[in-house]
Write a protein that binds this ligand. Structure first.
Ligand code: NAP
Ligand code: G4F
Length: 343
């Protein structure tokens, strides 16, 4: 039985990756942060009491800011594959917390790489790199495109990208960067733009909200479906040779187009509900990300199947269903926590 360690297992991608690896027969270990409230809602359905026979998912407290803990964990688990998905992953928030973002999204990766080296284990290593690294470089972007990050988050990911390559070249580690364009799902964090929109559509449709406050509607993104992207991560670690790959749909979509599709799908007109609020603008914006994933298709047989239009419909349907299912307990929850005005 292969063993995998996933950092960021409680996040969107970590939860889908854990599901995928369990379905392939892996023993899955996840790094989780100690929190005063539960932070495992995306993986609770996968959890079995470790005392029960057949339990194959194990959770361990730890943090990418704590290098010594990463060494003891790796030495104890001896994983065959390590997926580094943990990060402060919100671009707008990285302007508010640049130092913390650098420490986790950037330095956190070298702590984990160094822990692999110090623990003396043989494993394959996946680094969650991002299309945000391309920033101001014009599309289409592929593995050869120049990085020009436009946020502290993008700059931290560029650092992680290069240290991953450096550990491959310096120590012969099978370490790869998956340069993933935006990918979404019903499990997407509520303050990323797609989920903010689809969650609001469901609440407007139910008569619980009327207005949705947004920032820049003109930026172009290449939005794919997260469960397909974690399959791509896994394929990168099964390849014969370590190399870096872009995963993307290649289909451009503006924030406005995503809005239109999501509201239309629920029989609503977005012009009646969407208002501008400058607090959602970023000091520097990434105007256009459109990926070219042809290397992943030819070398890994990976190709995106779901585009932004289908994705918007999937997410709206899921948010409407969740609202109907959870009833009044959910209805009492405000659209966004009162303090979350920056994202
Ligand atoms: P996400 O939902 O925001 O999940 C981030 C995960 O990282 C959560 O499990 C979070 O734990 C954990 N985490 C944050 N800081 C940590 C720390 N200091 N120590 C340990 N764990 C920490 O992100 P995602 O969308 O799944 O993305 C996964 C990875 O891919 C991230 O690195 C992201 O930057 C990158 N990426 C994402 C996309 C995308 O479109 N989704 C595209 C390219 C790259 P808590 O649950 O406790 O907060
Ligand atoms: O959904 P977003 O916050 O995602 P962004 O900035 O593209 O970053 C995501 O994708 C990256 C891959 O390229 C990942 F690495 C990163 O971790 C994250 O998953 O914003 C998308 C666009 C931006 O142009 C933003 O300015 O939507 C625009 N936007 C307009 N109004 C808004 C809003 N974004 C948010 N979050 N909230 C708004 O109200």
């Amino acid at each position: 039985m292969k063993k995998a360690l996933i950092t960021g297992i409680t996040g969107q991608d970590g939860s889908y990756l854990a599901e995928l690896l369990l379905s392939k027969g892996y023993e899955v270990h996840g790094l989780i942060r100690r929190s005063s409230t539960f932070n495992t809602s995306r993986i609770d359905h996968l959890y079995k009491d470790p005392h029960e026979p057949g339990a194959r998912m194990f959770l361990h407290y730890g943090d990418l800011s704590d290098g010594a803990r990463l060494v003891t964990l790796l030495a104890g688990i001896h994983p065959d594959e390590v997926y580094n998905l943990a990060a402060q992953s919100h671009v707008r928030v990285s302007f508010d917390e640049p130092e913390h973002t650098g420490d986790t999204t950037g330095i956190g990766s070298i702590r984990l790489l160094e822990a692999v080296r110090l623990a003396g284990i043989q494993c394959r290593f996946y680094q969650a790199s991002s299309s945000e690294m391309f920033g101001a470089s014009p599309p289409p972007q592929n593995e050869d495109t120049l990085f020009y990050p436009r946020s502290p988050y993008g700059a931290a990911k560029v650092y992680s990208y290069w240290v991953t390559r450096n550990y491959r070249e310096a120590y012969g580690l099978f370490a790869v960067n998956g340069i993933l364009f935006n990918h979404e799902s019903p499990r997407r964090g509520e303050t990323f733009v797609t989920r903010k929109i689809t969650r609001s559509v469901a609440r407007i449709k139910a008569g619980l909200e009327h207005n949705l406050y947004m920032g820049n509607l003109d930026s172009v993104r290449d939005w794919g479906y997260a469960p397909e992207y974690v399959e791509g991560m896994w394929r990168m670690l099964q390849a014969d040779e370590p190399r870096d790959y872009v995963l993307a749909t290649g289909v451009p979509c503006t924030v406005k187009e995503f809005l239109e599709t999501a509201f239309d799908h629920a029989g609503l007109d977005w012009h009646d509900h969407v208002k501008f609020d400058e607090r959602y603008l970023r000091p520097t914006e990434v105007d256009s990300l459109i990926g070219d994933a042809s290397h992943a298709e030819s070398a890994l047989g990976w190709k995106a199947g779901v585009d932004a239009t289908q994705l918007a419909r999937i997410m709206v349907d899921a948010d409407i269903a969740a609202l109907e299912c959870e009833g009044s307990a959910w209805i009492d929850t405000p659209l966004l926590p009162a303090w979350d005005k920056a994202s």
